[in-house]
Design a binder for this molecule. Structure first.
Ligand SMILES: Cc1ncc(COP(=O)(O)O)c(C=O)c1O
Length: 476
């Protein structure tokens, strides 16, 4: 039998906190009959968010096209969606069970390009769109293709979504963390970018690209236009590509805040040289179709021979899954005014987005009432990165520790806190150390996806738990 030590060391090194030991324990508790509130992962439909009806109606007709021959069945579907299903089958006659072109079904790539043009008022080309199995595969394609030498690295935010750290480890690259500015609503700071870039260079690491997640996971921040401009200027000066993770672009709640895409800002700055990769997904926004694994990668300012290599890479795994591609199509080309399905689409979309906004507020309001905890109301995405403090037990002297010892002590503390929270309250969150955090601070990440009443319960239980936990530590 194969043993663990025979496995690729890069795989052994990779860590993925969002589904780490705390979640494994939560699943064990669940099998023992406990009712866990899973706040560890942005998986909306697992937390009772309903799928948008129009998506499922079209998919149902395409998965079982015989339905299109049954008038009594079609009478239950809005006419525009039946027409859409027929149109899709005409353009992709083999249906959902056959491979498509490697980079995706052409008319869907065209629709994605038109979506970008409509969103940003800029030119977008179908040839530069690759349909992927969720945004994750688009991100991984970029990471893999840019890691040329052993010392090549990616600048990634701290805190970050661990897809980045884990995939970079998996592919044998270097992580170059840059701190997000918590005191400034988690925006990027030029000083932090410069500091991280320079120190990487000094230690012989070659930054090849800068990853930006906007709106942020785990921070819930929405970057200002000036911030996006600053980031482009920074990357331009050093000629490093930008990988913009824009999967939460529909999830902006704070009034006065707006999503500013990198593509649009590139165009406004007339940037024609610097390379931009951006990803989008059906998993987030208001669709929450995580299980359908749909998304796209757009490449800007890349020569044709580079594009050809990305096409080749995609062809190695044949193509992304077809129902994911169709879900992506339905995301970029939703029902329009005048369509029979439009009213219900708008009602469902707005219901989900308004609910998320409300839940973000309830969470922040409740957390800020807990002594030793703080949180700005998340402006976007689906997460809150809650800062908390714990008393130092008697006899422990963090100041006397080496930096490595102190970091290990802190990591152990936020993990123990989250594990204890789970054991005591059935609430499953992820320790801040799984995403990275400023040394000597403690955080945990929670989603605000559960139902509103569950968020209210969560806040109340969190308060009780935190008070008891800190009181117990104080007397140790
Ligand atoms: C910032 C970010 N990027 C990418 C992904 C992956 O999305 P997908 O399901 O499209 O692969 C996630 C998932 O949570 C995410 O938070």
């Amino acid at each position: 039998m194969i043993t663990r030590d025979q496995l690729n060391e890069k795989l052994l090194k990779a860590q993925y906190a969002v589904r780490g030991p705390i979640v494994i324990r939560a699943q064990e508790l669940e099998t023992q009959g406990r009712k866990i509130i899973y706040c560890n992962i942005g998986n909306p439909q697992a937390l009772k968010q309903k799928p948008l009806t129009y998506i499922r109606q079209v998919l149902s007709l395409l998965e079982y096209p015989e339905l299109l021959e049954r008038p009594e069945v079609l009478a239950q579907y809005p006419k525009d969606l039946v027409d859409r299903a027929r149109m899709i089958l005409k353009k992709h006659p083999h249906g959902t069970g056959a491979y498509s072109q490697s980079v995706g079904i052409p008319f869907i790539r065209q629709a994605a390009a038109e979506f970008i043009t409509k969103r940003d008022g800029i030119e977008a080309k179908k040839e530069n769109i690759i349909l992927t199995d969720g945004a994750s595969k688009g991100v991984q394609a970029v990471l893999l293709s840019l890691l040329k030498k052993e010392n090549d690295g990616f600048m990634i935010p701290i805190p970050q979504y661990p897809l980045y750290s884990a995939s970079i480890d998996l592919y044998g690259g270097k992580q170059i963390g840059y701190f997000l500015d918590e005191a400034n609503g988690w925006q990027l700071s030029e000083a932090a970018l410069v500091q991280s870039y320079e120190s990487a260079k000094k230690s012989g690491i070659n930054p090849v690209a800068l990853v930006v997640i906007n709106p942020g996971n785990p921070t819930g921040a929405v970057l200002s236009k000036e911030n996006v401009q600053m980031i482009i200027g920074f990357a331009k000066k050093r000629n490093i590509a930008i990988l913009a993770d824009e999967v939460y672009q529909e999830n902006v709640y704070a009034s006065g805040k707006k999503f500013h895409s990198f593509a649009k800002t590139f165009s406004e700055l007339n940037e024609k040289d610097l390379t931009l990769f951006s990803v989008h997904s059906v998993s987030k926004g208001f669709l929450g179709e995580c299980g359908h694994r749909g998304g796209y990668l757009e490449l800007r300012n890349v020569p044709n021979d580079v594009l050809a290599e990305f096409v080749k890479m995609q062809s190695i795994s044949l193509c992304s899954n077809i129902s994911g591609q169709i879900s992506t199509y339905l995301m970029v080309a939703p029902p329009q005014p005048g369509d029979e399905s439009y009213e219900q689409y708008v009602k469902e979309r707005d219901g989900i987005l308004n609910g998320l906004k409300r839940k973000a507020e309830i969470l922040a309001e409740g957390v800020n009432k807990i002594e030793g905890m703080s949180l700005d109301v998340p402006q976007g995405a689906m997460y809150a990165f809650v800062k908390f403090e714990l008393p130092i037990p008697k006899g422990v002297d963090p100041q006397g520790m080496s930096e490595t010892e102190r970091l290990a002590f802190e990591e152990e503390r936020d993990t123990a806190y989250c594990m204890s929270l789970l054991e005591e309250t059935d609430i499953c969150v992820v320790p801040g150390s799984g995403f990275g955090q400023l040394p000597h601070t403690l955080h945990f990440r929670t989603t605000f996806l559960p139902l509103q009443e569950e968020i209210e319960t969560l806040v109340a239980q969190l308060k009780k738990f935190h008070e008891a936990y800190t009181a117990a530590l104080a007397v140790q």
